[in-house]
Design a protein. Sequence first.
Length: 152
Amino acid sequence: MNDCCKEQVLNTVKNCPINGNKGKKVSLTTLKSLLTPEALTRLNPEVNYYFCDSEDCQVVYFSTDKQIYNIEDIKIRVWQKSNDENTAICYCFDWTKIKIKSAIIQDKISPVAEITEHIKAKRCGCEFNNPEGRCCLKNISQYITNFSAHTS
């Protein structure tokens, strides 16, 4: 597996200042890659940042010094916070919600298998593309499980 898809040691968690849910630590590389230019001007590289994955919270990133970046501060849609079927869950290889559903319904190639092949070929760039800053395979698998459970 590529380094960006190894289980990372960014397991530190802090509570979101808006909804209180736990957020996982993300690297500055991720924020620098995904913040809008205006939002990037407010980035404090001296503090730690965390990702809030709660679908009912507008916060995407928050810091130890209470700085907040909302969904409008991010260049892309965050799948956990978007109902749009064209929102990617795998940001590196554009596996959107609708593309995953279509692959399952039509019994095409498994999204997990295809993404895994790309990872083995060292093509992923999760730390730059995924708002969580980590591999999407866990999210893809969870989404497939949830979708399959609702279609059975």
